[in-house]
Design a binder for this molecule. Sequence first.
Ligand SMILES: Cc1ncc(COP(=O)(O)O)c(C=O)c1O
Length: 375
Amino acid sequence: MRPPEHVRRALLALPSPACAYVYDIAALRARAASVRAALPVPASFLYAVKANSHPDVVAALAGECDGLEVASGGELRLARAAGAKRIVFGGPAKTDAELAAALSAGAQINAESIHELHRIAALGGRPDVVVRVNRPGGGLVGSHTMTGTPTPFGIDPAALPAALAVPGVNVTGFHLHAVSNNLDGAAHAAFVESSLAWSAETAARFGIDLRVVNVGGGFGVDYLTDDSIDLSPLSRVAVPPGLDLVFEPGRLLAADAGWYAAEVLDVKTTHGRTFAVLRGGTHHFRLPAAWGYNHPFTVLPVDRWPYAHPRPTATDTAIDAVGELCTPRDVLCRGRHVDLVRAGDLLVFGRTGAYGWDISHHDFLRHDPPRFIVV
Ligand SMILES: Cc1ncc(COP(=O)(O)O)c(C=O)c1O
């Protein structure tokens, strides 16, 4: 994936040694519009802030989406500052202070346990809550399967009778986020349909006036190619009248609006393997190390070379793009062929706008952070 001209210009304007994330707001808006166009009608369309919490990204998507999904008190504050039209608060480890802050902000809470339901009830006012359920099945394959298998997320169906009997809260529906990075649009549509059917049947069984079914996020991008999930099967999902069907994707909205670039500080070959050593690494972009894949990059040639000696160079060879940390695990990509790479060039990693900076261990070795450029 090659950066568009305006991103390329922003990267070439960086002072050396260059290291930056570039976030492209027009790309964010365009993606939000295309995702919305593919969703069933009617549906609520939220952005999951955890994918990228840069305030400019959050503000742009607060404007494009019906609201924001948050998973901490910090994200809640960001969502409020961004002027979110609606806030949904999820996550299995909410503190009492976060629950109180969410209720006073008018957020809708997705409750993840019986204990949490009691703690919400203790705050008074009999608030509406949506109950997150780890229901069996769902049939979705992706990077992180969260339901139908033992996870800390949501309530086991066997515990539903006790959960739905907690006094002092008004259960309005179910939250059924199941997976991350699913690439199969038809399977996703089937998951949404089965979520609607399961929710209707469960609500009828427990005498709940079903108003909300939140099917979470999980729309995937393929990091090894330029492909993404085909959302077109979703538009065929029939939404029962009066029901608020909620989607809260993160990755698909933000991934392609982010570019991570790092200058090549050195090029060297040891024991037959060639390395491009970067002013950056997995402490800025942890995803390939966390998931165990090689994140593709392109070489952005930079003509500037301030030294008298020749540039370290590799031609027509496979290189490993490695970072500045003192560990052999600081690898963004192994064995990618390049025609030419020189110290002083930039390696540019596309699809880094989601779960990039936000999930990385920034302070390991205390190198300077990247710059953040919003175009
Ligand atoms: C509850 C919940 N909603 C939404 C999302 C966003 O998922 P994605 O970025 O895969 O669309 C997540 C991600 O983990 C989540 O846990």
